[in-house]
Unconditional design. Structure first.
Length: 458
């Protein structure tokens, strides 16, 4: 009886501790990793490093000098040599460790064993990046950081740089318009595409840039941000008038570059290799970011007159995509569906959009149109996105790299409030003044009386 009582007294706290750890692992994975997961994974890594590397085929035969030294000093068996390991650096989401590769090894050998390393050391994922020739960094992620997105506190930002999402390796995904000027963003209904667009607009609203929108859904997506927009078109007719104005603005900027740098006035725009960033700051035009929501609406036609208008708008979009970067005009093209069947010019426009972000789509053809020319694995990853995870997407560019990202939640009201607070940053662009949206005046509430009312008595 005494032993049973003692067992119950000891087992009760242990069961409560185990239950608390399981609850923390599900509800607060970051806390669980810092308190439990980090020590366990570090112990596994230190205790099994050599054997795991040997099992993964990441060891090499020792040098002759090492063989002679081991035989001369000990009677141990001479074993293969793993990559030299650096210091283990813990982070809030995992571990970082650098490896110096042995002669004859390459980073691809380590990347091919990432899944084995993940299971051996009990972490959620392992990512391999090249630091310099002969040195790679293993980034161990302790838990699924995309299940509940929390952006890092310190994110490198700057002009035309917006931290918009979190990558699966716990690094921020930064939309840099100076590096990737134009981008195609696809996503079905309730896939999180609108949330991605909100973060972009809210991030750019605080910067000295001009925001222009084309929203052929009567403005339901971009109208809440009207206070910060320099121009807004809510149907194809208005878009057909706005796009020529942007093309004219681009041509004027090229004339400014020619005049400043002494280029002949008759030089074609395609042969000008410089851009507005080479101009003095006082003469530099403000950058323009054009958001096109539901791009398929610009391609759809019903009559012969609509077809002529469509061809003209698509031609102007392609011109902006081809020549706009040097003039400081950047494109963010969004839609639910994008394919060659949209009509003439669709594939040509896509070829000019360097960046690609594909949320959950309704058909494989759209994923192939967005990511098929990057990597087949990216297409499969986009088709595997579950509806239960809105905001999850596959991001890549035409260089071949891609990764999974997820956008944190941002309410429409908060994004609109950010645009209202930044309304004073709307630049003065005379060419876009006719397209400036009407901003509704916010109703002023009744003044609050500071006189304390007389108490009511029976």
């Amino acid at each position: 009886m005494t032993d049973l009582t003692t067992l119950l007294e000891v087992g009760g706290p242990l069961a409560a501790l185990g239950g608390g750890a399981a609850y923390t692992r599900v509800k607060h994975p970051a806390v669980y990793w810092s308190t439990v997961g980090l020590p366990i994974s570090t112990t596994r890594l230190l205790g099994s490093y050599s054997s795991v590397m040997e099992a993964c085929g990441l060891t090499v035969a020792p040098s002759r000098l090492r063989v002679l030294a081991v035989k001369a000093t000990t009677n141990r068996e001479v074993r293969p040599v793993p990559p030299r390991r650096g210091l283990i650096r813990p982070t809030s989401t995992g571990l970082r460790i650098r490896l110096r590769l042995a002669p004859g090894q390459e980073p691809a050998d380590v990347a091919a064993s990432a899944e084995r390393l993940r299971h051996a050391w009990g972490v959620h994922a392992v990512y391999v990046t090249t630091v310099k020739p002969g040195v790679v960094e293993l980034r161990l992620v302790g838990y699924d950081v995309l299940r509940r997105v929390r952006m890092p506190r310190k994110v490198a930002d700057g002009l035309l740089k917006v931290p918009v999402a979190l990558r699966e390796d716990a690094m921020p995904f930064v939309r840099d318009y100076r590096t990737i000027p134009h981008q195609l963003t696809l996503g079905a209904t309730l896939s999180g595409k609108s949330m991605y667009l909100r973060h972009l607009i809210a991030g750019l609203a605080r910067q000295p840039v001009a925001l222009v929108g084309i929203d052929c859904k009567r403005g339901v997506e971009l109208a809440p941000f009207a206070a910060r927009l320099s121009a807004l078109a809510t149907d194809p007719e208005q878009a057909a008038e706005l796009l020529p104005a942007l093309v004219k603005e681009m041509e004027d900027r090229y004339d400014l570059i020619k005049a400043r740098q002494g280029i002949a006035p008759d030089t074609p725009d395609e042969e000008i290799t410089s851009d507005i960033w080479g101009l003095p700051e006082k003469q530099r035009p403000v950058p323009i970011v054009l958001f096109v929501d539901e791009v398929a609406e610009l391609f759809l036609v019903a009559t012969r007159k609509d077809e002529e208008r469509r061809d003209e708008m698509v031609t102007q979009l392609i011109r902006l995509a081809q020549l706009g970067r040097a003039a400081g005009i950047y494109l963010e093209v969004c839609g639910q569906r994008f394919g060659a069947e949209l009509g003439k010019g669709a594939t040509m426009l896509r070829a000019q959009l360097t960046g690609r972000v594909c949320h959950r789509v309704n058909d494989e053809a759209s994923a192939k149109m967005a990511l098929g020319d990057i990597a087949p694995e990216a297409v499969y990853a986009a088709c595997a996105i579950a509806p239960e995870r809105p905001g999850l997407a596959v991001a890549g560019d035409t260089s071949g790299g891609w990764s999974r990202i997820r956008t944190p939640y941002l309410s429409l009201g908060d994004a609109a409030e950010t645009c209202r607070e930044s309304a004073h940053l709307v630049p003065d662009l005379p060419a876009l003044k006719p397209f400036r949206p009407d901003v509704p005046v916010r109703p002023v509430g009744a003044p609050v009386s500071l006189v304390k009312p007389r108490p009511v008595t029976d």
